[in-house]
Every structure is written in C-alpha cells, then in structure tokens.
Design a protein around this ligand. Sequence first.
Ligand SMILES: [Zn+2]
Ligand SMILES: [Zn+2]
Length: 277
Amino acid sequence: MIRFPKVNLHTHTTYCDGKESVESMIQAAIAKDFVRLGFSGHVFNDFRPEDQDIWCMSPERTQKYIAEVRAMAEKYKDQIDILCGIEQDFCSSVSTEGYYYVIGSVHYAEKDGQYYCVDESPAVLEAAIREGFGGDPYALTKRFFEMEAEVVKKTNATFIGHFDLVTKFNEGNRYFDPMDKRYRNAALEAMDALIETGKPFEINTGGMYRGFRTEAYPSIQLLKDLKARGGEILLSSDSHDGQSIGFKFTEAAQAAKEIGFRTVKVFGKDGWSDFEL
Ligand SMILES: [Zn+2]
Ligand SMILES: [Zn+2]
C-alpha cells in the first residue's frame, strides 16, 4: 500500500506517441483511484521537424492538446485534478510558457549538429554509437550526461525526466557497463549538477511496463547514489496507455524506502509537498 496521494504527471496521449485519448487516460486514472493526472505531451522538436506527429506534437497539434486537456479538466473536475504540462526535450527551443509544469528530458545525444535518438530502437542507438561517436559507447553516454547535466537550466524543468534513459536498450549490459568508470563518472557529474538545482528526479517505471528494462529509471545503483548525495524523488509511470498509470508504484516506493529515502515529492496546484514513504 502506498501512503501518499496517487498522482502521475508523466502521461502521453494520441496527440504525441501515446495510444489513448486524453479522456480515456483520465478514465483509467479515475478507475485506479488517482487523485491527480498531469499530461505531458512531447514538445514540438523544432530541431527535427520530421518527428512531428510521429512522436512529438506539431505546433497546431499542441494547441489542440492544450484545449482538450483544459476542457477535460473542467469536465472531470469533481472526480480528479487534471494538469496540463509538457515534456520538454533538451534540444527543443519551443517555449514552455503557460503549462502547469515542465518535465526536462534528454532523448537525443547531439554531436556536431546531428541528433542521435537514444530511445528509438537498438538499431538507431547502434548507428549513433558507430556514426556519431566513433564506435565508442562511452563517448555517447558521456555526451548524453553532459546534456543531462544542463537539462534543468535549458528547459526550466519542474522535475527531471528519466535521468538514465540512455540505458533503455542496454539490458544485460548489451552496449556498455553502467559500473564502468567512464559511465559512472559522467552520470554522477550530471547528477551532482542537477541536485544543485533543487529539482527532484522522477522514478520512472515506463521502461519496465513496456518490457525494455527490469529496473526503473534511474537504476537502483543510481538511486542509491542519488540518496547518498541528497537528491529528491517523485514517482511517475511515463504512461502511453491507461493500464500503465501507476505501474509498480508500490514496488518503486518500497525500493526507494529500502535505499533510505524517507519521503517522496508530490506536485499539485500549490507546488511541491513531501509525503512519507
Ligand atoms: Zn521522455
Ligand atoms: Zn514521456
């Protein structure tokens, strides 16, 4: 049993790469006794317009997204608190003004003006390592975490999305060893820079739900590092369908507690509150 309010602020819909409508996601959250659901459509990737309407929202679509989330917030206001947020990509320069909150996320490792997506597919990741980083996976993870270190500054994020997304296809250490110094030094440097901003890190169970990972983002090891360094956490399920809302929140909360976290942060209309785990 979780003792804090059931809230998920990382939610996608058919406006970007989610599988269900805004309303269908809201109904799923109500059925799971969530008190608050925040939508976080993928911001328009103005640096890669070919992504629009595939997995990020075109400017026109963004307007429709905002209007629909607002209308649904009104329609369901007696049953659940609905917030309109955005998942801002590090590389996008589209404004995030007017949203309730911003998730700061790195999905691409940029090199010499090229953008290499780290969470699209193993083939795309392999091509990125080969073509962008001279065949060295640690050069790619280093660049990823250099960008991650700046993600709050760059996106003005309310919280930090999937800190180690670069491990999405690395189950079984297929491409790199996260205990290797080259990986760890880069990750911990980014973590320290982000802790300094005072923004919490999400424990994101979406990669587990979709079968890519056996651990949440960040990994248990990085979560231990985060605790040791004084970082703070919230839970989110990075939901692309209704069924996944709150996926393994109980287990994630338990794991955080075992690592030594005492509290989890919950965001709402009055800002952040802390709840005991
Ligand atoms: Zn993301
Ligand atoms: Zn997301």
